[in-house]
Design a protein around this ligand. Sequence first.
Ligand SMILES: *Cc1c(COP(=O)(O)O)cnc(C)c1O
Length: 258
Amino acid sequence: MCFNSAQILRKMTEGDIKYGLKVVLSKIQAACSKRSSELQDVTPRLVAVSKTKPANLLVAAYEEGQRHFGENYVQELEEKSRSPIILTNCADIKWHFIGHLQSNKVNKVLCLPNIYMIETVDSQKLASTINKNWEKYRQSDSKLKIMLQVNTSNEEEKSGISPSEVVDVAKFVLNDCNNLELAGLMTIGKFGYDLSNGPNPDFICLKKCREDLCQKLGIDWKNVELSMGMSDDFEHAIELGSTNVRVGSSIFGARAKP
Ligand SMILES: *Cc1c(COP(=O)(O)O)cnc(C)c1O
């Protein structure tokens, strides 16, 4: 995606965020009504991806009723989730970690206030490390929700387990990770896919992974979420059955390139 410098430099206000959020929520509603009948009773969750954005803008979204927020850098999530402005104004915030998580940083994420879900578990080893460590940090005996990140586009630079490994890793989580709840599957997918070529193959692939998983392990597909869709394609993803869309720039404005 390309933004001109004026868009990058324009400073977003709290009002802009509230407006952007409303627009995204109404587009989600519209996309829901286009789904096939078997998908009608699922309401997709909006995760507002707030990376690089200042805490006051998150508070604006929270005041509009937004509860789920996503961050993809450990340090940034640490700073935001512990910042006084978030702790005082957003008591019920639910954080999703959506970036690459190295094993040696697991504890830094698990100890954070209001950590809700890790969407990017990309190996059996990482699942095992999170499982072992969650006991130390959890408040009650609650399980930590995780998703398995699948590299549906088979790109070398992308993290994620390959589609052929999904059943085995899911089985490991279900059988050997008592402290984890397998919430679903997640993909990022190829950037810039042109929808005029038909349904996004990454989304079709993730759906197929769920089908395999549910069939082989005897699970109801309604209990396995699909996290797919970002600013450019969340409506399309919802039409294909996404239950969790991760939307950043359409709510908070363009991000400056790092
Ligand atoms: C940044 C990010 C998003 C949101 O991207 P937008 O195009 O700004 O909506 C979603 N998912 C992940 C994993 C991301 O890193």
